[in-house]
Design a protein around this ligand. Sequence first.
Ligand SMILES: [Zn+2]
Ligand SMILES: [Zn+2]
Length: 334
Amino acid sequence: MWAMVFERAGRPLERRELPPPRPAAGQVLLRVQACGVCRTDLHIVDGELPAAKVPLVPGHQIVATVEATGPEVSSLGLGDRVGVPWLGWTDGTCRYCLSGQENLCDEARFTGYHLDGGYAELAVADARFCFPIPAGTPDLQAAPLLCAGLIGFRALRLAGDGRALGFYGFGSAAHILTQVARAEGREVFAFTRPGDDRSQAFARELGATWAGSTADAAPTALDAAIIFAPAGELVPLALRAVRKGGTVVCAGIHMSDIPSFPYQILWEERVLRSVANLTRRDGQEFLALAPRVPVRTEVEAFPLESANEALAALRSGRLRGSAVLAVAPRERQT
Ligand SMILES: [Zn+2]
Ligand SMILES: [Zn+2]
């Protein structure tokens, strides 16, 4: 099978022919239709997340069909369409797993980081961590739901149920969550890089009440803010923008250092927190919710061999919506 392989930080992914993976007990062999490109992939390629296995096939927003099942798999059958998310395996026995916080599992293994992912024609995955994909959502449009949508959804829930939400960084996750927040009757205030008029226009098209630059003052006090951009300097900006008791959620896995800030902007019970990974329950809830909103993802498709171009497009901030590798997408769903 062909795959795009990460070998060393700072080097482009290499196109290689690899032996097809074999499903072990509990695993399924998957034919990849599409794989979303996430900012986390960029952090891995850039060496900002140093624990990645090497060589590694990145990619943790996989839409695929089951091609074969390993021993002891009864939950999935041949031809089933599934999504594979970032959370690829947990021990099921640590204090976090036992308390409903498997996203924090001490031994968690993540797809496209500790485990080979979906920048390839074939992949294997633990059947227990595969999700059914909503019928009627095409492969390419479904892929961004699996991380941008799903971990974004967890961030949205952790932000609380306030009405006025600030989104810092308007990429894959924010374009999905704007649709969810609007369906919940909330208002979205979108902050982009200064001068990024296209993303601001995109935010307004999706129903944002206001869109402007991170250099602008918020037009109203926010109930909560979610920071998607990996820029620590946004944390004090967001804290200043939220009302008393408001929450700021950092949604990324990596962020540049946060500059020091006066205690006064945290005072009055403002909360600053991160969101890490996902639980399978987040996935089930979000994938049930998405078609009801309905979430329509806007994607820019790249062939598998253009994964480096897709990563470059993400880095440049010029994407509208989500980048997705079109490995072998089917036009129509049955
Ligand atoms: Zn991701
Ligand atoms: Zn655990």
